[in-house]
Design a protein around this ligand. Structure first.
Ligand code: FES
Length: 97
């Protein structure tokens, strides 16, 4: 699922969602303690990943890279993590800095 804004209340603890915020693709994971906001651009060749509910990972459909919910690489060919994006919460929505 992809949307143009994300309300923090719509992300259950332990789940991730993808969206476009201020024109940028983002992948957001709610750990239950913190919100992890990542740039959703695979560091291999730039595809957008999707949230894998079962495995709790970000999976790239293009060449099979997989990332931990926090963005760390679990499986290549990607070598670098999904970058974290600075953000703040305004009126319950994520806003990029
Ligand atoms: S672009 Fe994601 S694995 Fe190649």
């Amino acid at each position: 699922m992809s949307s143009s804004s994300i309300k923090v209340s719509e992300i259950p603890a332990g789940q991730g969602v993808t969206a476009e915020i201020q024109g940028r693709p983002v992948a957001v994971y709610n750990s239950g303690e913190e919100l992890v906001v990542l740039e959703n651009v695979c560091t291999h060749m730039g595809c957008e990943t999707g949230w894998n509910t079962f495995e709790q990972t970000w999976d790239c459909p293009c060449h099979g890279s997989r990332y931990h919910a926090n963005g760390a690489v679990l499986r290549g060919p990607a070598q670098a993590p999904l970058p974290r994006l600075e953000h703040r919460i305004e009126n319950g929505e994520i806003v990029l800095d």
